[in-house]
Ligand binder design. Structure first.
Ligand SMILES: C[S@@+](CC[C@H](N)C(=O)[O-])C[C@H]1O[C@@H](n2cnc3c(N)ncnc32)[C@H](O)[C@@H]1O
Length: 234
């Protein structure tokens, strides 16, 4: 959410520079780890629960010539396979929202950073509460979010509850058209792959039914739903 502009905001709030060792949880196709290595020259590890995402991330790192500084690994954000106090910063973009045990995940992020290190998250947030039941159902169904989407107060509590301090909370409106501009972060090959996959899926009537149930987006959804940046220091 918020694209590269928001990633840069997180980078700034987490004080990332070339000397920092960064972990990106739920790295997807590896866009942020490769950007960090290329633009800031730091060492980065990206983890994701999906093997396919790890393959895409490795391809990207190779293509962008940053394999020496970026490594990817299959792992669950709620059970990180790293020793305590290994990293300077953990970032997570649109990942912790999807996790059932958010407190455990945030505690894992805190465990693997050094004292004085930062955790920075960019996550979906209910801003007006309580959200109408149909909106909660829509969000759960459409984005396959099995867990609850927290409010900004709840996100703040999750960070505090894991021992972080100097917490920064900033929430932003979701600009649907602006979100489409994120497409620039993906390579031509990634876009072709997405297009091919969507077209192949559309040949199945079950998928067409699935999409019909999810469209259109309820008009009032973005009155209630925003995205938030949550940063804290250990
Ligand atoms: C919405 S995508 C965001 C990807 C990336 N952070 C970005 O902003 O482009 C969510 C990612 O989280 C990963 N994910 C979901 N559950 C996870 C878990 N328990 N541990 C690690 N990654 C997970 C998914 O495989 C997916 O790649």
């Amino acid at each position: 959410m918020g694209g590269l502009k928001t990633t840069r905001e997180l980078i700034e709030l987490c004080h990332i520079n070339k000397d920092k060792y960064v972990l990106d949880v739920g790295c997807g196709v590896g866009a942020t780890p490769c950007y960090l290595a290329k633009r800031y020259g730091c060492r980065v590890v990206g983890v994701d629960i999906s093997e396919r995402m790890i393959d895409r991330s490795n391809e990207r790192a190779k293509r962008e010539g940053v394999e020496n500084r970026v490594k990817f690994r299959l792992a669950d954000a709620q059970n990180l396979p790293f020793e305590d106090a290994l990293f300077d910063v953990v970032i997570g973009e649109s990942v912790t929202t999807f996790l059932e045990d958010k407190q455990r995940a945030v505690s894992e992020y805190v465990r693997v950073i050094k004292p004085g290190g930062y955790v920075g998250l960019n996550e979906e947030t209910w801003i007006k509460t309580p959200p109408p039941t149909e909106l909660v159902e829509y969000a759960t169904r459409t984005w396959d979010i099995k867990a609850e989407i927290p409010t900004s107060d709840r996100w703040e509590e999750l960070l505090e509850g894991s021992g972080l301090r100097d917490i920064v909370v900033r929430t932003y409106k979701i600009n649907v058209l602006g979100e489409f501009s994120q497409i620039r972060r993906y390579s031509f090959k990634d876009l072709l792959r997405m297009l091919y996959r969507t077209l192949s899926l559309y040949r199945s009537s079950a998928f067409r039914r699935y999409m019909k149930e999810r469209l259109p987006t309820p008009k009032n959804l973005f009155e209630y739903l925003r995205y938030g940046i949550y940063v804290g220091r250990k």
